[in-house]
Structures are given as structure tokens and as C-alpha cells.
Design a protein around this ligand. Structure first.
Ligand SMILES: [Zn+2]
Length: 341
């Protein structure tokens, strides 16, 4: 066997393999394969004994030189790889001071709350005081005192959440009227913002929980004209100075006469479009003159005082103001929607 030739072949193959190494694991594999305990070069060294004595010295020298050369190639390639890994780490850890910083995301008021604040401020400007009532109400305050007859369908537990015998999650903010009038003599001028609950199946215009604002004004000689004037100001402040209003006769147990307030369509200004179903008008709230039976329940003299009351759905107003077609959009907390409004 020509040891010299064999050594040259091993050297060439090993040098190529070392150049191809990309990781320190590759280096270790090449080392084991060629100069490890069972490596190709090591096996060749073991065969030195078979070489004729006069050639042995020369052959030994060649093999040892090859081993040293491969070992040194392995070492330097390993250093190269380690250095390049260090450089990569350094590059990835570098702070680029010219990069713009990450903007902290600021919270924003929820559209429902923004509209609620806006409406409340309009009425504060008109001299109304803000009061709040509990979300768990007595059935008496929520229905009886507001002149709901015992058979009224909204009392049904299909429509209301009863939390205990005689207690219900308020289905409207109107029971706060009862609380306020029971606790003070006329004149009364309050608005009551708050959350209400009804057993509705959520759809594009209904939720099981929503916000209302109740308004109540009781004094001597409060008339329907006062109601109309107050709501006209509300409509112009909230929807814009061009807004027209109209009353449509309606029925509520706790007001007589009762009406629904429409505003001129915000999209077509009365000409007729899809939003207003080509009527030119949008329904905004319910209102009316306080029913004498309500005054009787709170101990007011219904011959001496009159009053008006109204209740509006805050989400409904927010949807109209921001052009939202589906009420559920307001509560999906899509940041793009919340920021875009
Ligand atoms: Zn319209």
C-alpha cells in the first residue's frame, strides 16, 4: 500500500470537508471521521508497522505532518465559525438609535361613553342634574310605580331578568324617576344615565345590556311645549344645527300623552334614503308628559304639578352619529373600529 498516496487523498478530502463546515458540530464530525480514534488517518498510522523499516521513518513523518495539518485546519475553521456566530449575536443585539420609537397606544373613551358624556353635557347645560340609580331594582319601581299594568308583557320573565322574588335587573332607567320624586319635592329636573338589561336575543339593533339616559322635569305648568323645546335643543346640539324634529304619537304606560321623537335623516336630510327607509326621518327616543298615576305613586299632587319625561338609547344615538349599522359592532372591541370612530 502506498501510504504516501493514501495520506494525500485523505488530506484533500478532509480539507474539502473542513471548508464546507458551517457549525462547530460539523467540525466535530469531520474531526472524528479523519483524525478521531477510529478516524481514517489514525487507522493509517496504525498500519505503519507493516511498512518496511527503511521507509517507515519517511512514511511516519508524512502521516504525522498530515495529521498536524488537518488538526490545525480544524482549529482555524472552528475559530472562524465561532467568530462569525459572535458577530451575528453582536449584530442582532445592536441598538439602532436612529430607529423611531414604538408609539405607546393610548386608550380612548368607548364610543358609547363618548356619546353618553356628550348628551349628558347638553342637559347639564340646560340645568338638569345628573343622578344615578341601582341596576338591581324592585319590581315595584321598575313596573308598578310607572303605571305598568300587572298583565304588561314586558314584566314577563321572558323579557326581564329577575334576580330574586320582587327584584329585577332594571329594564329601563325610568325607575330612577320614582326614586328621585320619592326623595324630593318638586321642582325636579334630572337626567339619569345608566345600564339597563332586557332578555333580547342580540341582533343588529338589540343587545341584552345597553345604556339609556332618562330625563325628568316636574314643576308647576310644565307643558308639552317645554318638552318639545328641550328635545329640539338636544337634537341640534347632538346631531347638528340643521336637524329638524317631529313628534309621532306613541304609547308608554308612564306618560300621557306619549310620543316618539324623530329627527330629520342625517344622511339625506329628509329627501329619503336607505338609512331612513325613505321616510326622511329617524326614530331617536321616547317621551311624553308624566302620567298622573306616576305622581300618585310618589305622593305628588297631580293637580298641582305637571312634568315631562324621556328616555333614549345611547347606543342607538352612537350608531346614528357614527354611521354604524350593527349595534354589536360597538361591543366587539375591535381596536380599528374603536380608534376609527
Ligand atoms: Zn335618509
Amino acid at each position: 500500500m502506498d501510504l504516501h498516496n493514501e495520506a494525500v487523498k485523505i488530506r484533500e478530502a478532509a480539507a474539502k470537508a473542513i471548508q464546507a463546515c458551517r457549525t462547530t458540530e460539523d467540525i466535530e464530525a469531520v474531526r472524528v471521521k479523519y483524525v478521531g480514534r477510529k478516524g481514517r488517518l489514525t487507522q493509517l498510522l496504525r498500519k505503519l508497522g507493516d511498512v518496511p523499516a527503511e521507509q517507515r521513518k519517511e512514511a511516519g513523518r508524512i502521516l504525522n505532518e498530515t495529521k498536524e495539518e488537518l488538526t490545525s485546519l480544524l482549529t482555524s475553521r472552528r475559530s472562524e465559525i465561532e467568530e462569525s456566530v459572535r458577530q451575528q449575536v453582536r449584530a442582532s443585539e445592536t441598538i439602532d438609535v436612529t430607529l423611531p420609537g414604538r408609539k405607546p397606544r393610548l386608550g380612548k373613551l368607548h364610543p358609547t361613553l363618548r356619546v353618553l358624556d356628550e348628551i349628558v353635557n347638553v342637559f347639564i347645560g340646560l340645568g338638569f342634574a345628573v343622578v344615578e340609580g341601582p341596576e338591581i331594582e324592585t319590581e315595584y319601581n321598575n313596573f308598578d310605580a310607572l303605571n305598568f299594568p300587572p298583565w304588561h308583557p314586558s314584566r314577563d320573565d321572558f323579557d326581564s331578568f329577575y334576580v330574586a322574588e320582587g327584584y329585577v335587573l332594571r329594564t329601563h332607567t325610568s325607575p330612577a324617576q320614582i326614586r328621585v320624586m320619592k326623595s324630593q319635592d318638586p321642582p325636579v329636573r334630572v337626567i339619569v344615565p345608566g345600564r339597563c338589561y332586557r332578555r333580547d336575543t342580540p341582533d343588529a339593533s338589540h343587545l341584552m345590556s345597553f345604556f339609556q339616559i332618562e330625563g325628568l322635569y316636574v314643576d308647576h305648568d310644565v307643558s308639552l311645549a317645554d318638552l318639545k323645546g328641550t328635545l329640539a335643543i338636544f337634537a341640534r346640539e347632538v346631531f347638528g344645527p340643521q336637524t329638524k324634529i317631529r313628534f309621532r304619537p306613541h304609547y308608554f304606560p308612564f306618560t300621557e300623552p306619549s310620543a316618539e321623537l324623530d329627527i330629520s335623516c342625517l344622511v339625506c336630510a329628509g329627501k329619503g334614503c336607505r338609512l331612513c327607509k325613505h321616510s326622511g326621518w329617524l326614530e331617536v327616543l321616547g317621551c311624553g308628559m308624566v302620567h298622573p298615576n306616576v305622581f300618585k305613586h310618589v305622593g305628588y299632587d297631580h293637580r298641582a304639578v305637571t312634568g315631562f319625561a324621556f328616555g333614549l338609547g345611547v347606543e342607538r344615538i352612537a350608531m346614528l352619529k357614527y354611521g354604524i349599522a350593527d349595534i354589536r359592532t360597538l361591543y366587539e372591541n375591535d381596536v380599528r373600529v374603536l380608534n376609527g370612530l
